[in-house]
Ligand binder design. Structure first.
Ligand code: SAM
Length: 270
């Protein structure tokens, strides 16, 4: 199966709703919020800054552009109407935030009108990331900033010992749900090739905590998918889900992945 996030609007409604639930669970985890704060709160934006998130999903990360990065207004652009409707409903009371359906490769925004562009866990799902980076360059003002953060997916694991069967589900899900596992190891060349100057790069370790809500959604969807593809019998899929849940209840669960963030600046004249 190809990465469903690369064409979310083309998935059926129930798949989009399931993915939206998982996305929201991930956004709200304190460890994930800490990652976003670590690279967004250090940005310095001009007064009355306009920020845009490409691939805004359920909109929570778009709202960070105001709460963490200090923008005055923020727009989220997202191809899936299901996600856009969720974001609009959730943030209906905040006039500083807006959301629209669209493609990050063709935003229809004017040249040099945006102060800050954000791509949070977007580029790993896009087959031609150079086109998205070029679009950010086009719409940014001189000295405008691009903030990119994505998983370093080869580091994703739930393994607690040799030959741990739960880890196979994580590997399976990463391979089914990510188009480019290596995007953050390749991003600097893409950015300089588009004309950007490189700013700070940071690594962020994500360790699942408490109920491990996001990892549980990954294991549950992964076990179901292994069953749908005929790899597992239903009883085995259920047993793996139960194993993960029992580990959480017994304080034995471990889930980890590294994220990397990179800031880039569109050069201006002195
Ligand atoms: C993993 S989700 C991340 C959503 C949000 N940034 C977050 O962190 O919660 C990736 C999102 O990128 C969107 N996406 C995929 N291809 C896109 C494209 N070409 N233009 C804009 N968004 C895209 C998907 O529909 C999905 O909502």
């Amino acid at each position: 199966m190809s990465d469903p996030y690369s064409d979310l609007a083309g998935q059926n409604q129930s798949t989009q709703a399931l993915i939206a639930d998982a996305m929201e669970a991930r956004c709200m985890e304190p460890a994930q919020i800490a990652i976003r704060r670590a690279y967004l709160s250090g940005l310095s934006v001009p007064a009355d800054a306009f920020a845009v998130e490409f691939g805004s999903g359920t909109g929570h990360v778009t709202s960070d552009l105001i709460a963490m990065a200090g923008a005055t207004r923020a727009l989220g652009i997202e191809p899936s109407p299901v996600m856009v409707a969720r974001a609009q409903a959730h943030f209906a009371d905040d006039p500083r935030l807006s959301f629209k359906t669209g493609d990050a490769k063709r935003t229809e925004l004017q040249d040099a009108t945006v102060d800050l562009v954000l791509m949070h866990t977007l580029l790993c799902h896009v087959p031609e990331p150079q086109e998205v980076v070029a679009e950010a360059f086009r719409i940014l003002k001189p000295w405008g900033q691009l903030a990119i953060c994505d998983g370093d997916y080869d580091t994703a694991t739930a393994q607690i010992a040799d030959y741990d069967p739960l880890d196979q589900i994580i590997r399976f899900m990463i391979n089914q749900n990510v188009t480019n596992l290596w995007i953050m190891r390749q991003i600097t060349e893409i950015l300089t090739g588009a004309g950007f100057t490189l700013g700070p790069r940071q690594g962020h370790g994500y360790v699942a905590e408490g109920e491990a809500t996001y990892f549980m959604t990954v294991i549950s969807r992964g076990a179901d998918r292994m069953m749908e593809t005929g790899l597992l019998f239903p009883e085995t899929a259920q047993a793996l889900k139960d194993e993960a849940q029992r580990r959480v209840e017994a304080d034995k669960f471990f889930g980890f992945m590294s994220y990397v963030s990179q800031i880039a600046i569109k050069p201006g004249t002195a």
